[in-house]
Design a protein around this ligand. Structure first.
Ligand SMILES: C[S@@+](CC[C@H](N)C(=O)[O-])C[C@H]1O[C@@H](n2cnc3c(N)ncnc32)[C@H](O)[C@@H]1O
Length: 246
């Protein structure tokens, strides 16, 4: 699908998505903080808490971007043994690596280039998987979920964050005005990218409804699947477990 007068292109060709994130990488963290009025940190913390990490865990952060969620996991009180962040956008990873050096987390976190649909990890090899705001961008949602299930050890947990849309009518009206009208303009101004911040609300609206994504997790083998709506449903936290008997 190509761009048109009615909205940005929702083409999720991996090269196009990687190029888009590489082009906005230099402003990505700043815009995240600003456009979420700082709430992104709270959402990531909730995701890491949902993992119920055992001590010394091996964690995989899929679609790690600039590694904020990987860093949050690495700092968890359970002292993870290692965190691997995977993403296909080289520039996002480069910025992430700088942050790891500055914060001295480069001994704990390894960032690797790779595709969510073909994770560079062995089966049953990680205790927990996180994925923050990545699943909506992946060309094959089912393949990415199946990959996450494959690499998790039996008993391992997934915590996945993705944008949603509030259901409460008054909140929904105000939020959608902000999300569809204000955010793309600020994003375009600061990132200098014409499409990326218009793609964001458009791709959220076009993505699976929260219940449908939770259903996909269940059909892919996850048990104890939970859907928690954070900040009026602006963000959904999906969590689930690979059964210990799997
Ligand atoms: C919105 S950013 C989220 C980054 C980070 N997880 C966070 O919470 O800020 C989405 C990231 O997913 C990556 N991505 C999208 N599809 C991917 C795929 N199929 N394989 C690997 N990375 C992917 C993009 O390159 C981008 O860095």
């Amino acid at each position: 699908m190509s761009g048109s007068a009615t909205g940005p292109s929702l083409n999720k060709d991996p090269r196009r998505i990687a190029d888009m994130f590489d082009a906005i990488a230099h402003r990505y963290d700043q815009l995240n903080r600003m456009l979420s009025v700082g709430l992104d940190r709270r959402w990531r913390r909730r995701a890491v808490e949902a993992l119920e990490l055992p001590s010394g865990a091996r964690v995989l952060d899929v679609c790690t971007g600039t590694a904020d969620l990987a860093m949050m996991a690495a700092r968890h009180g359970s002292m993870p043994r290692s965190v691997v962040g995977v993403d296909f956008a080289a520039e996002m990873l480069a910025l992430g690596r700088n942050k790891l050096r500055v914060t001295r987390l480069d001994n704990t976190i390894l960032l690797a280039r790779g595709d969510a649909c073909r994770l560079p990890c062995l089966a049953d090899s990680v205790d927990a998987v996180t994925m923050g705001f990545g699943i909506r961008n992946v060309v094959d949602t089912g393949a990415a979920v199946a990959e996450i299930f494959r690499v998790l050890k039996p008993g391992g947990r997934l915590a996945l964050l993705e944008f949603g849309e509030p259901r409460l009518p008054a909140v929904r009206t105000v939020y959608l005005w902000y999300f569809r009208q204000v955010l793309p303009r600020i994003g375009r101004m600061l990132s200098k990218h014409t499409e990326a911040y218009a793609y964001l609300p458009a791709s959220v609206s076009a993505f699976l409804a929260p219940e449908a994504l939770a259903g996909l997790l269940r059909r892919s083998g996850f048990c104890e699947v939970r859907l928690d709506r954070l900040t009026f449903g602006v963000v959904c936290l999906y969590s689930g477990k690979k059964s210990a008997k799997a």
